[in-house]
Structure formats: C-alpha cells, structure tokens
Design a binder for this molecule. Structure first.
Ligand code: SAM
Length: 232
C-alpha cells in the first residue's frame, strides 16, 4: 500500500547502521536501503549503541535530494538525513545513494520515507540536530489548508525541541506570501532568533541553488526568499 510505511516507535529503535553502514564498520555495499527493492524495517529492539545522536543535518521534504547530496559533499564530517513522503521519490534518492556508494561516495547521507509532520520525534532526540532545512515547501495557499504547512507554530516548537542549542533552521521559498508566513511565525516564536548575517552562513548559500526546486526557480528567473533562525 503506497500510503502505509513503517516507522519506529521511538528513536531507540532506529538502526542507524543501516543508514550509515560505513560509520559503523559495516559493508556499505551490502546493506542497500530505502529503495523499493530493499525497504527498511524496524524491530522493537532498543539499539544501545546509539545512545548518542547520529544525524547532524535534516532535510525536511528533501524531494530528489539535491541538497542532501550537496551537504554530503560540502560537509564530509557531518551526517545528513533526508525525509520525504513520496515513495517513488525516496526510491530515486535511495538508488542514487547506492550508485554513489559504489564509487566510494555518499557514506554520510541517507534518506527515509516518512511523514515529517507526524514522526519526527520518533527518529531524533531532544537537542540533537545541528541544522534543519525546509526548502521550497508546498505553499498550501488556501486558508483552510494552512495547518498543513510544514512551518506552523506547533511544528516550530518540535523543530526547536530537536535542534541543539544554537542549532539553525533554514526556510527558503519562491512564494513571497509563504515567506511572510515563515517570517511571521519564526520571529514570533520564543525559541528562535533571526540570523541577520545570512551571507556568512555557508549552508544558507548551498540551499539557494542545490535543490531541484531551487534550480527550477532559477531557470524560470523567479525570486527566492530565505530566513535563517537560531535556537535560543
Ligand atoms: N526540498 C525539495 C526541493 O527544494 O527540491 C522538494 C520541494 S517540493 C516542492 C516539497 C516536497 O516536500 C515534496 O517532495 C513533498 O513530497 C514533500 N513533503 C510534503 N509534505 C511532506 C511531509 N509531511 N513529510 C515529508 N515530506 C513531505
């Protein structure tokens, strides 16, 4: 069933060695994951070896993974995780990771199919993520659908909970109205402070053009709006 996918009951059940086999001394070419051919499964065993957090960068709604691969390349010491709800798109990213690993790359990047609006705290613990990226999210223009926006007051509290102190959240969009929504809710949120010198932030530079959606906007000569905030 396309609408059903497994998820861990809590973050202790995530076997990160399946996502980043090389980090854990496993053969990275044996454990191919997150493709339709090799789907992931969770058991209810606690994984004690993961008492510390593994993922540094989270890309919410990663789509075809352009940013994930750019982060993997630009930050070789960081572990990037893409989350995406569409099965076929996740399969594409999983297959690309597999192909790159065959060439000795992409050991620090992985992807999972999930609904981030429901399952984030089942993957990550409090104060664990260094950066969260939300790039070109679906705008949901109608007022009755605003609650489906991936930035909203409740979810911002969740993102703040999962970010490390001084961790950063990045939101970029080509829809000015949605950007204003991002600004309004982030500036109002007690746990976030807007970063003014965005030009100094190398990750902010990356999100400008490395996602597939960002490249499309670029080709169409559209505008892009960005806000970066730090957890206080
Ligand atoms: N970030 C990518 C980019 O910039 O190219 C993709 C942008 S696309 C417009 C928005 C993506 O978010 C889609 O791939 C969509 O499937 C995904 N998405 C929407 N709601 C989601 C959710 N609740 N959980 C995970 N992914 C979601």
């Amino acid at each position: 069933n396309e609408t059903l996918f497994p998820y861990p009951l809590n973050y202790n059940q995530v076997d990160w060695s399946l996502h980043y086999p090389k980090k854990f001394g496993k053969d990275p070419l044996k454990l191919y994951l997150n493709t339709l051919e090799y789907p992931i499964a969770y058991d209810d065993q606690v994984k004690p070896e993961y008492s510390e957090s593994i993922v540094d960068f989270l890309d919410i709604g990663c789509g075809f993974g352009g940013l994930c691969f750019a982060l993997s390349e630009n930050y070789p010491d960081k572990y990037t995780f893409g989350m995406e709800i569409r099965g076929k798109v996740v399969n594409f990213v999983g297959e690309k990771i597999r192909a790159l690993r065959d060439e000795g790359q992409a050991h620090n990047v992985s992807v999972i199919r999930t609904n981030t609006m429901r399952h984030l705290p089942q993957y990550f613990r409090k104060n664990s993520l260094e950066k969260i990226f939300i790039c070109f999210p679906d705008p949901h223009f109608k007022k009755k659908n605003f609650r489906r926006r991936i930035v909203n007051p409740g979810l911002l509290s969740e993102y703040a909970y999962l970010l490390k102190p001084s961790g950063r959240i990045y939101c970029i969009t080509d829809v000015e109205e949605l950007h204003n929504w991002h600004v309004q809710h982030l500036e109002k949120h007690k746990m976030f402070k807007r970063v003014q010198d965005v030009e100094q932030d190398s990750a902010a530079k990356l999100i400008w053009n490395s996602t597939e959606e960002g490249q499309k906007v670029e080709r169409n000569k559209g505008s892009k709006f960005i806000i970066v905030c730090e957890k206080v």
